[in-house]
Design a protein around this ligand. Structure first.
Ligand code: HEC
Ligand code: HEC
Ligand code: HEC
Length: 116
C-alpha cells in the first residue's frame, strides 16, 4: 500500500508540474502591442520578438509587472516617471547594442513614435 501511495504521489507531482509549465507558457502575453507614447504618438512594440531575443523576462519586468496597462497605471500613480521605461529600458538597450555594433531596435524618436 505504501508503495502504491508513493507512486500515486509521484504521478500527481509529474502531472502538476506539466500543468504549471503549460499555464506558464500561455502567460507570455501579447505577441505585439501598441504602447501609449504621449504627445509623440503611439509606439509599436514586438513583445514576443524581445522575449525570444533576450530570454530573461526580468530584463524589463524588474521595473514593471507582467500586466496589461501597468505602465500607464504606474505613471498615473507616480510609481514610474514619464519616459522612464523608454529611457531606462528601450533606449538604453538599443543604444548600448548599437554602440557595440549588434543588431538592435530604433534609437531615433520617430522610428518608434508614430504621430498620426
Ligand atoms: C523588452 C522588454 C520586455 C521583455 C524582455 C518582456 N516583456 Fe512582457 N511586457 C513588456 C511591456 C512593455 C508590456 C506592456 C505593459 C503595459 O501594458 O503597461 C509587457 C506586458 C506583459 C504581459 C501582460 C500583457 C499581455 O500582453 O498580456 C505579460 C503576461 C508579459 N509581459 C509576460 C512576459 C514574459 C513571460 C516575459 C519573458 C518570457 C516578458 N514578458 C518579457 C515588455 C517586456
Ligand atoms: C525605442 C523606442 C523609443 C524611442 C526611440 C523613443 N521613444 Fe519615447 N517612448 C517610448 C515608449 C515605449 C514610451 C512609453 C513608456 C514611457 O513613458 O516610458 C515613450 C514615451 C514618450 C513620451 C510620453 C511620456 C508621457 O508619459 O507623457 C514622450 C513625450 C516621448 N516618449 C518622447 C520621445 C522623444 C522626444 C524621443 C527621441 C529623443 C523618443 N521619445 C524616442 C519609446 C521610444
Ligand atoms: C535589453 C535590450 C532591449 C530592450 C530593453 C528593448 N529592446 Fe527593442 N530590440 C532589441 C533587439 C536586440 C532588437 C532586434 C531584434 C531583431 O531584429 O531581431 C530590438 C528591436 C526592436 C524593434 C524593431 C523590431 C522590428 O522587427 O523591426 C522595435 C520597434 C523595438 N525593439 C522596440 C522596443 C521598445 C518599444 C522597447 C521598450 C518597451 C524595447 N524595444 C526594449 C533589444 C531591446
Amino acid at each position: 500500500m505504501k508503495r502504491i501511495g508513493s507512486i500515486l504521489l509521484l504521478i500527481t507531482l509529474i502531472l502538476g508540474t506539466a500543468l504549471v509549465v503549460a499555464v506558464a507558457n500561455t502567460e507570455k502575453g501579447a505577441e505585439e502591442m501598441t504602447m501609449v507614447g504621449g504627445e509623440k504618438g503611439d509606439v509599436w512594440f514586438p513583445h514576443r520578438k524581445h522575449q525570444d531575443n533576450l530570454g530573461d523576462c526580468k530584463t524589463c519586468h524588474d521595473l514593471f509587472p507582467q500586466e496589461a496597462g501597468t505602465i500607464q497605471k504606474m505613471k498615473a500613480e507616480g510609481e514610474l516617471k514619464k519616459k522612464q521605461v523608454m529611457n531606462k529600458k528601450c533606449l538604453a538597450c538599443h543604444r548600448k547594442m548599437k554602440k557595440a555594433g549588434e543588431p538592435t531596435g530604433p534609437t531615433s524618436c520617430n522610428k518608434c513614435h508614430n504621430k498620426k
